[in-house]
Design a protein around this ligand. Structure first.
Ligand code: BMA
Length: 369
């Protein structure tokens, strides 16, 4: 019964996603990289749910390819060394690109991000970019959230608008530099201004009004989009704990391709399961009604104190919803990791999850480019 229901829901979503792709294509007559990626993701979802990992080829729990330029350790990946395959999706972060920094906020050189992103695209994988920009008013980090006028100050007419135009220019320069060998633009799932319903970033819901947030989204989107550049699948990602009012910040059906949820288990397993199901129930119908894709754009249990989390806690919830992918956050080191790593007990359960379910790694999607 559940299976039949799931198939029906999936079919409805596929029809709607194809309709959406077709509708949007009218404004861009030839099929853009964005439309191609959307169509590919919709097709892939008929086969399973992709696994993703942040900063996967840059460092792991017990190695780093970014601290010593003499030892970039190309090709390494905790996920690969845990299960024999790369993740289907690799995520990277642009925080710092706005200032023209050479490295991002987690010390990954932007040249490395470009190389790894292109390499993953060439392997047949999919890439996603998030952005933790500094606070343009104070010069602090993305988490410098005490001032409630930051968003207003960078919108047109604001006293920081000119500065922010330069920041967006740096983002655009980087994004437009992402070509594969045939100089074809690489499609990217782009996930700016995430977790607005939290109050930890300067673009959070306690830091700006929904109107200001939507204006912020539109300003960046309109700045980046052009006749020649329609490469970004736009992901709007609230954080776990979605309330009805959070949708006041939804930028609009013509401005979002993918509904994402950032969902970590910080508290008890019971609370996480309850909250995750509550949010995915709401977001999956919101996405289905609009023909949008749905994903867990960030997820994890920090340091996996429960190694069975993949198979026992997370996957059974994912299975109830039409989810395109789930992306575990970065393996920053022994003090902070969310993905599997060789020698870690959770890698056994991670392997069990990908062997015995519809979870798709790189090899499962690379034939379908
Ligand atoms: C957070 C932490 C930080 C990191 C940030 C951006 O969740 O992992 O250490 O700087 O993400 O990657």
């Amino acid at each position: 019964m559940t299976c039949v229901m799931n198939k029906r829901i999936l079919l409805i979503i596929l029809v709607q996603v194809s309709f959406c792709v077709a509708t949007l294509s009218q404004s861009h007559p030839s099929s853009s990289p964005r439309q191609q990626l959307l169509a590919r993701m919709a097709e892939l979802q008929t086969h399973g749910c992709m696994f993703g990992h942040q900063d996967d080829p840059c460092y792991g729990i017990r190695w780093s390819g970014i601290t010593d330029p003499q030892h970039p350790q190309p090709g390494r990946s905790d996920v690969l060394e845990s299960c024999g395959d790369y993740p289907a999706i690799m995520g990277f972060d642009l925080g710092g690109i706005e200032m023209g920094d050479a490295k991002n906020l987690d010390s990954v050189p932007f040249t490395r991000i470009r190389d790894e992103l292109i390499a993953h695209h060439r392997r047949g994988g999919i890439v996603t970019l998030s952005w933790h920009p500094r606070n343009p008013l104070t010069g602090g980090t993305a988490w410098d959230n005490t001032d409630t006028t930051v968003v207003r100050s960078i919108l047109p007419g604001g006293n920081q608008h000119r500065k922010f135009l330069l920041w967006m220019k740096n983002v655009r320069l980087f994004l437009t530099s992402l070509n594969d060998s045939a100089r074809e633009q690489i499609p990217i799932i782009f996930r700016p201004w995430h977790e607005n319903n939290g109050a930890w970033f300067w673009w959070g819901s306690k830091q700006c009004t929904p109107e200001e947030y939507r204006a912020l989204w539109c300003m960046l989107q309109d700045y980046l989009l052009s006749e020649d550049f329609d490469n970004l699948v736009w992901s709007w990602s609230p954080n776990l704990g979605v309330k009805p009012g959070d949708f006041d910040s939804y930028p609009g059906d013509n401005r979002v391709d993918l509904l994402g949820l950032d969902a970590y288990q910080w508290g008890t397993e019971q609370d996480f399961i309850r909250d995750l199901n509550a949010d995915l129930t709401v977001l999956s119908s919101f996405a289905a009604e609009r023909g949008k894709l749905l994903a867990l754009t960030e997820c994890g249990l920090k340091n996996l104190p429960d190694p069975t989390w993949w198979t026992r806690v997370l996957k059974p919830q994912i299975d109830k919803y039409p989810i395109s992918y789930f992306l575990a956050w970065r393996n920053a080191g022994p003090h902070e990791y969310f993905g599997p790593a060789p020698g870690e007990k959770n890698a056994l359960y991670f392997n069990e999850m990908i062997r015995n379910s519809n979870v798709m790694m790189l090899k499962d999607i690379s034939k379908n480019k």
